[in-house]
Design a protein around this ligand. Structure first.
Ligand SMILES: Nc1nc2c(ncn2[C@@H]2O[C@H](COP(=O)(O)OP(=O)(O)OP(=O)(O)O)[C@@H](O)[C@H]2O)c(=O)[nH]1
Ligand SMILES: [Mg+2]
Length: 325
C-alpha cells in the first residue's frame, strides 16, 4: 500500500532517476524485476543518459573475498571523489544484511554516504533471466550518474559468465590452496578475466597458486594478444595490494580506450542486453499464455489424438505471442 504511493508519471520518474533520486531508482529496480510495463516506459526515457559509468565486474568462487575487496575499492574510488554504485548478484551477499557482523560493520562506513548506492539482487526464480535484470540495474545506476558501477557475482554457472560480459573490466578473484586443482577452475572464468586477483595472500600456498596461475596463462592462448591479464595478490581484510590493484584497473581502462576495445565491448553489451530483453519478454509472454488455462489441455488432446501436430502448433503459437500487444 505504501509502495503504491510511489508511482510517478514516466517523464517525472525518469527525471528523478537522472537526478540521482534514490527512492525512485530503488522502486524502479524492483519493478524491473517484476517486468512491470511502467518500468520499461521509464527505461526508454533514461537509456540515452546511460553509457557514462565505468562498469567493473568482480567474480570468483564463493567466499574468495569479493565483497571485502569491493569494499576496499569503494574506499579508493571515494577518496578520488568518484561515486560508486554496486550490484551484488547474490542472495547471501554481506551487502544484503544476511552477513556476518564484521562485513556489516565494514559496509556501514558507506551507509550515510550519498556517493555510494548498494543494490543486492537475488532474482533467481523470478521472471526472466539474471543477466537481463542485472543489465537493467546497471543501466539505472549509470543513468543516476554514478561514475563507477561494480557488479559482484559468484563465478559459478553460465549466467554469471554472461553477466560479466556486461562489464568493461572483469576481475577474477581467486584464493590460494587450489594446488593442482587450479587446472579445474572454470575455464570460462579464465577466459573472461582482464585481471586476476589472488586474495587471502596471507594464507599458506600463495606462491604455488601464483606460479600455477602464471603457468596456466602461458599455456593458454591469450584472448587478446594486446593485453595480458596481470596477476595481483591482495589481502583484502588488511587492504594490502589495493593501491596496486587500482593502478592495474586504470591501466586496463587506458588500454580499453586506446585500443578501441572499449567501444567494441560497449557494442557487445548492447547486443547482449537486447537479446536478453527479447528472450525475457518472449519467456514472460509464454508463461502468461501457459497460465491462461484450458486451451493448453485442449491442444494437448488434439496433438495426442494426432489431429494436430506440435510443430505447426508451435509456429502458430509463436506467431500469436509475437503479435499480441
Ligand atoms: N585471511 C583472509 N581472509 C579474508 C581476506 N579477504 C576476505 N577474507 C574473509 O573471507 C570471508 C569471505 O569474504 P567475503 O568478502 O564475504 O567473500 P565473498 O567472495 O564476497 O563471498 P560470497 O559473496 O559469499 O561468495 C570473510 O570472513 C572475510 O573476512 C583476506 O585477504 N585474508
Ligand atoms: Mg560477497
Amino acid at each position: 500500500m505504501a509502495r503504491r504511493a510511489l508511482r510517478y508519471e514516466p517523464d517525472e520518474w525518469a527525471d528523478r532517476v537522472r537526478n540521482g533520486g534514490v527512492r525512485a531508482a530503488a522502486r524502479l529496480m524492483r519493478m524491473l524485476d517484476d517486468h512491470d510495463p511502467l518500468a520499461f516506459e521509464v527505461m526508454k526515457r533514461v537509456y540515452r543518459s546511460t553509457g557514462r559509468a565505468r562498469v567493473l565486474g568482480v567474480t570468483g568462487n564463493p567466499g574468495a573475498g569479493k565483497s571485502t575487496l569491493v569494499t576496499r575499492l569503494i574506499g579508493q574510488f571515494r577518496q578520488a571523489r568518484e561515486t560508486v554504485g554496486i550490484v551484488a548478484v547474490d542472495p547471501s551477499s554481506p551487502y544484503s544484511g544476511g552477513a556476518i557482523l564484521g562485513d556489516r560493520i565494514r559496509m556501514q562506513q558507506f551507509a550515510t554516504d550519498p556517493g555510494v548506492f548498494i543494490r543486492s539482487q537475488a532474482t533467481r526464480g523470478k521472471l526472466g533471466g539474471l543477466a537481463s535484470s542485472t543489465n537493467d540495474v546497471v543501466n539505472v545506476l549509470d543513468a543516476m550518474g554514478y561514475d563507477v558501477v561494480i557488479v559482484e557475482t559468484v563465478g559459478v554457472g553460465q549466467d554469471e559468465i554472461d553477466i560479466m560480459k556486461l562489464a568493461d573490466t572483469v576481475l577474477v578473484v581467486m584464493v590460494p590452496g587450489y594446488g593442482d586443482d587450479i587446472q579445474t577452475i572454470k575455464a570460462g572464468l579464465l577466459e573472461i578475466a582482464d585481471l586476476f586477483v589472488v586474495n587471502k595472500a596471507d594464507r599458506h600456498g600463495i606462491d604455488t597458486t601464483l606460479r600455477d596461475l602464471r603457468q596456466l596463462q602461458t599455456l593458454r592462448e591469450a584472448h587478446d594478444e594486446r593485453w595480458t591479464p596481470p596477476i595481483l595478490k591482495t589481502v583484502a581484510v588488511r587492504g594490502d595490494g589495493i593501491p596496486e590493484l587500482m593502478q592495474s584497473l586504470q591501466r586496463h581502462r587506458d588500454f580499453l580506450v586506446e585500443s578501441g576495445e572499449h567501444d567494441r565491448r560497449r557494442q557487445r553489451r548492447a547486443v547482449l542486453g537486447l537479446v536478453e530483453l527479447l528472450s525475457d519478454r518472449i519467456k514472460v509472454r509464454l508463461e502468461q499464455w501457459l497460465s491462461k488455462g484450458g486451451q493448453l489441455e485442449a491442444l494437448g488432446a488434439a496433438i495426442a489424438g494426432r489431429e494436430r501436430d506440435p510443430y505447426s502448433e508451435t509456429e502458430a503459437i509463436l506467431g500469436s505471442l509475437l503479435r499480441e500487444p
